[in-house]
Design a binder for this molecule. Structure first.
Ligand code: SAJ
Length: 410
């Protein structure tokens, strides 16, 4: 059995490597020649624990190869980005391009799986696109009993930093255009998933994934709103949440400087776009979480007012603790905005990166070590709960104004 994985990012590459490690032949496809060349050398272009070893082994045994164009296979897995556009409408152009790229290589009996998080109805769209591109093959939406291609949605659910474990251990939702499509797709996942494979329709699978991330977004928004209410009422929100969570049926998440990453801040908009009249709480949660960085900024500006030429140390740039991923990070946005405000000297500490990406080169002169930041700063703005920051003692920061968006001092 040969599998072609289109998109070799945080989901596609680990998936391709895991499938290859089960002895199947895998062709990984990416538009980036840099990614393709790196992988073919047995190396990786993204950061994820243990992935380098797995990819190296899969490439060395010849089971994993990368290329910029697809080839014939028995199953095609699409793991390309689904961002949203300026107007918060989903951008399906990467999926459309991936479908076009595999269409010429499809033959009767092939399975096409969409893993990318997508708005409800996208898998059906893929089936319709394929019907136009390959008029010689019967698609499942045209004739469920005589379909020659099988189309399904199996949303990824892995947590960055734990991808390789979760890829195998998580339960999977497998949504087919028809029940037969879901069955065929399940047989592929059973080869490497130890969790349960739960079959449903493609629409329900799409909505399940969007619901999981919206659930988390709404719960984080609740925590963020509480943090702002508690500021007004002069209550320590961290203590409050700890106490409330001692109730057996209460489990409040942690406030922060805003919600980052490529999923939780994006996916709820797909629901809002599909059902704008009904999705009120989901929209409001997004707005609350998007407002939080501005609220943090205002707090810092107020604190800075007390000093003639304040030195503000921003601790952390990543979108969450103990990772090096700076994309869609509220910490980055807050730091850049503070720098532009020109209210004082900005120092930046990010222990998980050696060099800033080109897009953030303007922060390069501001990067310092943690001890230097602590020594020089009047205001310490804690933006990420990295382990290095959690190890700080209260006495080390005693004479500073501390704005602790992550509650590391409780
Ligand atoms: N955050 C808080 N407070 C919390 C938890 C998180 O402010 O209590 C913030 C984080 O700091 C970060 C953002 O939310 O900025 C998102 O972080 P996360 O750890 O909640 O999630 P991601 O984006 O790394 O991964 C999520 C996961 N989804 C769920 O937990 C429901 C993961 O399982 C998905 O596979 C992933 O989205 C995805 O690809 O969709």
């Amino acid at each position: 059995n040969k599998v072609c994985v289109v998109g070799l990012g945080y989901i596609g590459l680990p998936t391709a490597a895991v499938i290859a490690s089960r002895g199947m032949e895998v062709l990984g496809v990416d538009v980036s020649t840099y990614a393709v060349e790196t992988i073919n050398q047995g190396k990786i272009h993204i950061v994820e624990p243990d992935l380098d070893m797995l990819v190296q082994a899969a490439v060395m045994t010849g089971k994993l190869k990368a290329a910029t164009v697809p080839d014939t296979a028995d199953a095609f897995i699409l793991a390309v980005p689904t961002p949203f556009k300026e107007d918060k409408k989903p951008d399906l152009s990467f999926i459309e391009a991936a479908v076009k790229s595999i269409a010429p290589f499809l033959k009767a009996g092939d399975l096409i799986i969409l893993e990318s998080t997508s708005p409800v109805g996208t898998t059906e769209k893929i089936s319709r696109w394929l019907a136009e591109l390959r008029t010689d093959l019967v698609l499942p939406h045209q004739d469920p009993d005589n379909a020659q291609l099988y189309v399904a949605h199996c949303p990824e659910r892995v947590l960055p930093g734990r991808i390789l474990q979760e890829l195998v251990s998580n339960d999977r939702i497998i949504g087919g255009i028809t029940p037969r499509c879901a069955e065929i797709a399940t047989s592929l996942y059973l080869q490497f998933v130890r969790g349960e494979c739960l079959q449903t329709s493609s629409r329900t699978a799409e909505m399940t994934k969007l619901t999981e991330n919206s659930f988390r977004d709404v719960n984080i928004a609740f925590a963020n709103e509480l943090s702002m209410i508690c500021d007004t009422l002069k209550i320590n929100v961290w203590e409050l949440i700890k106490l409330a969570n001692r109730h057996p049926r209460v489990n409040i998440l942690s406030p922060g400087p805003g919600v980052g990453g490529h999923c939780i801040a994006v996916d709820p908009w797909f629901i809002v776009d599909s059902a704008p009249e009904q999705a009120n709480m989901i929209r409001l949660a997004r707005e609350i979480n998007d407002y939080k960085p501005h609220y943090v900024m205002d707090k810092v500006i107020k604190a800075a007012d007390e000093f003639k030429r304040p030195v503000i140390a921003c601790l952390g740039l990543a979108f969450k603790a103990d990772i090096d991923d700076l994309r869609e990070s509220p910490a980055v946005n807050i730091t850049l905005a503070l720098k532009q405000q020109n209210i004082g000297e900005i120092l930046v500490v990010e222990p998980n990166i050696k060099a800033l990406p080109a897009s953030l080169s303007e922060l390069k002169p501001n990067l310092v070590s943690l001890p230097e930041a602590i020594e020089k700063a009047n205001i310490l703005l804690i933006l990420v709960d990295h382990k290095q920051f959690k190890a700080l003692s209260l006495s080390e920061v005693a004479r500073k104004i501390v704005i602790d968006t992550r509650g590391i001092f409780g």
